[in-house]
Design a protein around this ligand. Sequence first.
Ligand SMILES: Cc1cc2nc3c(=O)[nH]c(=O)nc-3n(C[C@H](O)[C@H](O)[C@H](O)COP(=O)(O)OP(=O)(O)OC[C@H]3O[C@@H](n4cnc5c(N)ncnc54)[C@H](O)[C@@H]3O)c2cc1C
Length: 449
Amino acid sequence: MEAPQEFSESYDVVVVGGGAAGLLTALLLARGGCSVAVLEARRIGDGTTGHSTGKVSLLQGTKLRRALRTNPLSVVRRYVEAGTEGQAWLRRYCEGHGLPVPGRVASTYAVTERGEDRARAELEAARQAGLAVRWTSDTELPFAVRGAVELDDQFQVDPVRMLNLLVADVVAEGGQVHEQVRAIGVHHAGDGVRVRTDDGRDLRAGVAVVATNQPALLRGLFFARLQATRSYAATFAGAWAPAGMHLSADDDVRSLRSVDTGGERLLMVGGAGHVTGRGAAAAHRDRLLDWARETFPDATLREAWSAQDQSPVDGLPYVGPAVPGDHRIHVVTGFDKWGLSTAPAAALLLAADLLGGSRPDWADALRSWSPRQVLAAPRAAAANAEVGWQLACGHAGRLLAGDRPPLCTHLGGVLTWNDAEDSWDCPLHGSRFGADGEVLEGPATRPLR
Ligand SMILES: Cc1cc2nc3c(=O)[nH]c(=O)nc-3n(C[C@H](O)[C@H](O)[C@H](O)COP(=O)(O)OP(=O)(O)OC[C@H]3O[C@@H](n4cnc5c(N)ncnc54)[C@H](O)[C@@H]3O)c2cc1C
């Protein structure tokens, strides 16, 4: 980024979080004439967007089938409509800025019998939701596959280049983007909000949009409706590289696509997801890398990384007021590893609401609060019972441990050491801290002592 900008006295909107959701929202608001500041705790690209696998697809693994468990078909159809409008917007945006987004086939494939059952159920769910999907047993994948759902004309994007374009555009529209400024509090004040930052500022704004991915800074108990799951990705040289973008429906989810870097085509793989802070992280990562090396013996590892995203208990993202009826603090989270594909729709919806435009017909699919979430109450209860169990087991184990692990500054969970990334991770709600105790990811906002 260029030289830091001066802060203003006040803004129409402060957006907390400089990932895809925050920057897209900021851009639309700035274009709509709002004075906007984006606060990014780390560097642009350090969050989940910059570490995603870059697929912008309406076929999203087995998501539609899962969403139908807790949502009526009419709402799932609107989720697809939202994604379609957002995807078209992002395609136009990238093409208009010289960022190549060639069309690709997306697939949900199956290697195992269970995977095939899920993939066929996804085929049915996707058809019902209005997608022009087909079933095939003839895929480009170079290993035995039982079959796959396919959808034409999806695309992939370099997420870091996309974020950098968005930053430049926000600034060109008169907005501000401040890196290495962490919001530590968002409160109502008068008829607006105040946003406190870790460098001692108290910014005034009419509205705050909390786009931090993890549910930090919010009332509304979002952390109890979300589960943070971490997963791994890697690039390999010298291996087969696909033309399409593929995701398996099997228990061991695998993602495959190609990436072109400086004249070289690499294979990108992803998978081995798990709840953050639970299990040995390096073992999860190695499971993915070993699979890639066995499947593609000529492959040479180039780079490996991991990231996490929030899965909502009722399957669809939360976009809107942080508590019902509050029109000053808005939230956008719960993309369930599909935020690159869905954040554009979330931003279009927030912009319509905050600029007073007409709400899209599909708005109902992306709601922060909705009666349909009652349907997900058993899943929320099960997830929170598991959190309670993890809390109790963690503390019992800690009493016996010689070298006691630190406690999370969010709700006191016993942290586990992440041996893949040298961080302390919380098995309750996914907060992460560096080895020096600094917050890497919330909902925690205070460092370890
Ligand atoms: C391994 C992996 C692969 C993925 N691949 C895909 C894919 O192929 N296609 C797809 O559609 N989706 C994919 N996703 C999901 C997608 O990347 C996310 O849903 C999306 O990037 C979320 O965007 P965001 O803006 O909400 O979060 P982020 O990109 O994480 O942005 C949030 C930002 O907020 C900042 N922040 C946090 N707290 C504060 C604070 N207190 N103050 C200031 N700033 C703060 C963070 O530093 C961060 O930069 C993937 C996810 C993972 C984990």
